[in-house]
Design a protein around this ligand. Structure first.
Ligand code: SF4
Length: 675
């Protein structure tokens, strides 16, 4: 009998069983029904990988744990004494367990006293989170179970290539696909688009124009659900004032998608008894990401989908704990329970749980890119502590961020392999992996899951929670304020979350061990959890969703004669995030390549299989040309998993969304040339 647990990678958090070997075995779990993608099947390959970190290092030399922790604490105290608490920054990750995310936020604000903490989830789903929170009063990626999609007649996937990023989810789209109800919005024919009855291929950066054009058609041609809009929303009149100007021909001219296809998409969604509109990073990772998602939410609301049984709007969160990671306080503007750090009542509640005065808690800090971009700069942090992230590869304008990381007085990285960020670090702290420790994750449908320890952690590693406790004590904190047992930390997290938007009070390890399906909010031990939100009303006072006008403005930079192509980035099936883990798994070996239309390649004097350079105003990366007619001739697609000269983020644009502070990952002006 193996140990039931969940995959270490994406937000689907497929159920699996771990056997001696170590080996992965199938396990029945609703989101994946026993299926796993290649990443899941090969997930144990990293456990005894030869590059596994097993000894702390200080300034490149192996050390004992005491030496490493003493060195970190002494340097942090010196930097703080000279430059103040905000000279120390913390960077977390959306793959950390709930317990780690929670304790990291507490460590930053209590032990370090710094406001400078943010995490890589800012680069993931922050635009959808901000738009969803604004519209519905609560941000939960999918406000319904994934399995509800299996009964859908129509599903529209906007910027979400689930057939590669979370393949087992595709099984829940079969019915919609078989009925001709699957619609994709993507500038290229991704593996998911290949399954769709209708593929919309807009110019990169024009999704909001597409959404406005569809909304115009829905209203002008009688598909809008007027009684739903009257009863369950506010703000439609303002939204229509913008959408009224987006007649189909204008939307076609801006997006490049035929008006007939826009009309067909509206008719499929409006004609379905059960329909879902789902967004992913393709439409969210823009400097206008919040407005783009708002446009899709407005469309979904106009069709009466959210909060209706069997229909809905949702965001397909990407990272393993992308949902939980944004709820427990590692975000610059949040405290646990998805509370605002500027809310006096929230500060008082959390400070009470932490046993510190509310006035001692810092206010909001810089967002992820702004934090990284300030490192080593005048007035910026002099020290950075990184847990569960690899910003040297994953941040936009990568050469610039590489310079910032290299300019620090102290860079501390806790990781399991020598990631590109760890290679720049003064102190490296080796930590256990997913299968070597207990912890909870919250998947894309807000379901809290227990990841169980199946194997012993290798000698020489130390758990993240223990590291935080040891450092906190060395920084003058009482040891009892920083528990290091996952279940004990979770018990405190539950108290901190009580009464917040993401209320975990009623979720316990005991209930999770017993196999209960607990979706937050779950406010007490007798509460069954909330798999479906909004059926009785949205979370704003009065229960109505709030529609907001959003006008299309386009990308942060324009094409020029020197840079006449759009670059867009994304994931491929065999790799995950910065690739620090999956690039080391032989079964997942993948080459960096750039997808190019054959006509575009020919104009650049390139053929399929050639090496090419993709050059933006910020930098250039190299990749092998993969010619395909399944991409727009004005667009290149490159995955962002690769390091060194192959970093797609060398070319991406760091313009930030004004609300979510999401960088413009998905559209940059570039040229293609021979190396
Ligand atoms: Fe499932 Fe995602 Fe893991 Fe693949 S990577 S097995 S889709 S959780």
């Amino acid at each position: 009998m193996g140990v039931p647990t969940h995959c270490p990678y994406c937000a689907l958090q497929c159920g699996m069983s771990l056997e001696p070997g170590p080996a992965v075995a199938a396990r029945s779990f609703p989101v994946n029904e026993g299926a796993l993608c290649r990443k899941g099947w090969s997930a144990t390959a990293l456990l005894d990988h030869p590059e596994r970190l097993r000894t702390p290092t200080v300034d490149g030399r192996a050390s004992t744990w005491d030496e490493a922790l003493d060195a970190v604490a002494a340097r942090l105290l010196a930097i703080r004494a000279e430059h103040g608490p905000d000279a120390v920054a913390v960077f977390g990750g959306g793959g950390l367990t709930n317990e780690k995310a929670y304790l990291l936020g507490k460590f930053a604000r209590v032990a370090l006293g710094t406001a400078q903490i943010d995490y890589n989830g800012r680069f993931c789903m922050s635009s959808a989170a901000a738009a969803g929170l604004r519209a519905f009063g609560v941000d939960r990626g999918l406000p319904f179970p994934v399995t509800d999609l299996a009964a859908a007649d129509a599903v529209m996937l906007v910027g979400a290539n689930v057939a590669e990023t979370m393949p087992p989810l595709v099984r829940h789209l079969r019915r919609a696909r078989d009925r001709g109800g699957l619609i994709t919005v993507d500038p290229r024919d991704s593996a998911t688009a290949e399954l769709a009855a209708l593929r919309l291929r807009p110019r990169p950066g024009t999704d909001l124009a597409l959404a406005l054009g569809m909304l115009h058609i829905a209203v002008a041609e009688g598909h809008a659900d007027k009684s739903y809009l009257d009863a369950r929303t506010t703000g439609f009149a303002e939204v229509w004032r913008v959408a009224a100007g987006w007649w189909p021909e204008r939307a076609e001219a801006v997006t490049g998608v035929a008006a007939a296809d826009l009309r067909a998409a509206v008719e499929i969604l409006a004609g379905a008894e059960r329909a879902y509109l789902l967004t992913g990073r393709g439409t969210e990772q823009h400097a206008t990401g919040v407005d783009q998602v708002t446009g899709w939410i407005n469309l979904a609301l106009s069709l009466g989908l959210p909060g209706r049984e069997g229909s809905g709007y949702g965001c397909l969160t990407g990272q393993g704990n992308g949902q939980g990671g944004r709820e427990h306080g590692q975000k610059a503007d949040q405290l646990p329970g998805y509370r605002s750090i500027t809310d006096p009542a929230a500060r008082a509640h959390v400070a009470g749980v932490w046993g510190v005065p509310a006035e001692s808690l810092p206010g909001p800090g810089r967002s992820a890119f702004e934090l990284l971009d300030a490192l080593g700069e005048p007035g910026g942090p002099r020290a950075l502590i990184v847990f569960g992230s690899n910003p040297a590869v994953s941040a936009p304008d990568s050469a610039r961020i590489h310079r910032r990381l290299s300019a620090l007085d102290l860079l501390v990285v806790a990781d399991l392999v020598p990631s590109e960020t760890a290679r720049l670090a003064h102190v490296v702290l080796p930590v256990p992996q997913w299968a070597e420790e207990d912890g909870t994750m919250t998947n894309l449908e807000g379901r809290v899951l227990l990841r169980r320890r199946a194997y012993p952690a290798p000698p020489g590693t130390m758990g993240d929670l223990r590291i935080l406790r040891e450092l906190a004590v060395r920084l003058g904190q009482p040891a009892e304020r920083f528990p290091d047992e996952p279940e004990e930390v979770f018990a405190e997290l539950r108290r901190a979350s009580a009464g917040g938007l993401a209320d975990y009070s009623g979720v316990t390890y005991e209930r999770l061990r017993a196999g209960e399906a607990l979706h937050w909010p779950c406010p007490d031990a007798a509460h069954p959890g909330t798999p479906r939100l909004f059926l009785d009303g949205f979370a704003h006072p009065g229960g109505r969703a709030r529609m907001r006008p959003a006008e299309h403005t386009g990308p942060a930079e324009a094409l020029t004669p020197d840079r006449p192509l759009w670059l867009t980035t994304g994931r491929v099936l065999a790799q995950y995030q910065s690739g620090a883990q999956t690039r080391r798994v032989p079964e997942l070996a993948t080459e960096m390549r750039v997808e190019v239309h054959p006509d575009t390649a020919a104009r650049a004097g390139l053929a399929d299989g050639d090496l090419a350079r993709v050059v933006s105003a910020r930098g250039a990366f190299t990749a092998r040309v993969h010619c395909t007619t399944g991409i727009r001739a004005d667009t290149l697609f490159a995955p962002f998993h690769f390091p060194g000269e192959q970093r797609a983020n060398l070319a991406t644009h760091p313009a930030l969304d004004p609300v979510s502070r999401m960088p413009e990952f998905k559209v940059a002006a570039v040229r293609l040339e021979r190396p």
